[in-house]
Design a protein around this ligand. Sequence first.
Ligand code: GDP
Ligand code: MG
Length: 164
Amino acid sequence: ALPIVAVVGRPNVGKSTLFNKLIGQRLSIVEDTPGVTRDRIYSKCEWRGREFMVVDTGGIEPDTDDVILAQMRRQAEVAIHRADVIVLVTDVRCGVTANDYAVADMLQKSGKPVVLAVNKCDTIGEPPLELYEFYNLGIGEPFPISSQHGHGTGDMLDEILKYL
Ligand code: GDP
Ligand code: MG
C-alpha cells in the first residue's frame, strides 16, 4: 500500500484547496463556510517520482458540543491514526490560534512526523514576518505556502518526502 499523508488543521485554513492543488484536480469542495469537508477524501499524488495517498479531512475543533464538528474531528483522528506523515495547515492571516496549539499538541501525542504548512502566504518573495510566530507551536519549521497559487508547495513536499 502507498504511504499516507493526512492534511489536518482548523476549518477554513485551506486544507481542501491544498489537497486539490496537490492532486491537480478539484475533488474536494472548497468553501468559505467552515466545515464543508466532513468525511475523509483520499487521492493519489506524486512528487519527484514518489507516489503516496493524500487525505483531506474536515478540520479539527478540539472543544466542541456541535455534533457535525465532533464528527469531523473524529474523521480527522482516524486519518491521523492511519497516516505516515501529517501536514498541519494553519492560516498566516489569523496567526497562531488557541485551536492551532490544541491540534499541534494532539499531533505531537500521536508520535507521527508533522510538517507545518502556513497557508495563504500569497506574496512571492520574502516570507511574511508573521510566519515566525508559528515556531511557537513547537513542531518545527513553518513552511510558507499559498495553496491558491501553489507557491511554496514544492519545499513543503520535499520535507514530506523525507518521512516517506
Ligand atoms: P478548509 O476548510 O481548511 O478545507 O479550507 P478551504 O480549502 O475550503 O478554504 C477556505 C477558504 O480559504 C476559501 O475561501 C479558499 O478560497 C481560501 N484559501 C485557501 N487557500 C488559500 C490561499 O492560499 N490564499 C488565499 N488568499 N486564500 C486561500
Ligand atoms: Mg475542507
